[in-house]
Design a protein around this ligand. Sequence first.
Ligand code: G3H
Ligand code: ZN
Length: 298
Amino acid sequence: MFSLIKEIEKAQKNKTAIGHFNISNLEMLKGILAAAQELSTENEKVPVIIGLSENERKYLGDNQIVAFIKSLQKENDYPIFVNADHCKTYESAERAMHAGFDSIVVDNSKLSFLENIKTTKKTTSILKSINPDILIEGEIGFIGESSALLDKIPSEIEISEENITKIADAKKYVEETGVDMLSPAIGNMHGILKNFLNPNLYTKRIKEISEEVKIPLVLHGGSGTATEDVSEAIKSGMVIVHFSTDLRIAFKESLIDLTENYFPNNPNEITPYRYMTVPIKAVKDTVLQRLKLLQNID
Ligand code: G3H
Ligand code: ZN
């Protein structure tokens, strides 16, 4: 039986991070697991977290996807976990807990700071009273909502030294809400900018927050972030790193490749489990690169 909190503690000790990858379908899930297994040895299995946003959960079904991932964990004897990403309401978080997700992101980051604390505290205490083992992550600071290709930084996101998460706010938030993990806003954003580089992370602030709150930190918006920043963020206290847009791009590009190259050369191929190996491999290759970065593997 694998435990996410134990894997987090191991990553903290090794100064590595666990990859969290969002999925929309089973092909993405297969690609992610294949990548993690390829990097694993008999004695050292690379853990992965499969993330599902509220819409991804709706598409795949809470109970169905949790059962699928738990059966993969059991049959492969592999540390693969499932996270209910960005739950925007109490009801959504409660449904995820009953479905058996390993962890839940309680996302009230669009509310004012004090409302965020109040709402997150309430959700966390109710969920923990029902299931004390559930791991809850809280979010401070709005970093956008879409894992998409963006023309510009969404206007509601403010990235500057004055607007990123303050050390005292992080401390207050963690003490008052009782969350197990924290995702601060430190220059990160969801999605990839089409014509510019995504902003740099404020890694010094990550270290200061980490030293103050002493709970694991989670970096959202990994896609498009400079690899040196991701490495520095991990050294500074980030223990889980989320990627979604990168996988969506890889999946879509592989479908274009199928249509433009594979099907014209294989006109009689109609069997999905044969040709869907192409998107699975595209996702696997993308995840392999990201996992190597998080695990410090050359
Ligand atoms: O929760 C999801 C992640 O934070 C994904 O962000 O699409 O920018 O990689 P990303
Ligand atoms: Zn996120």
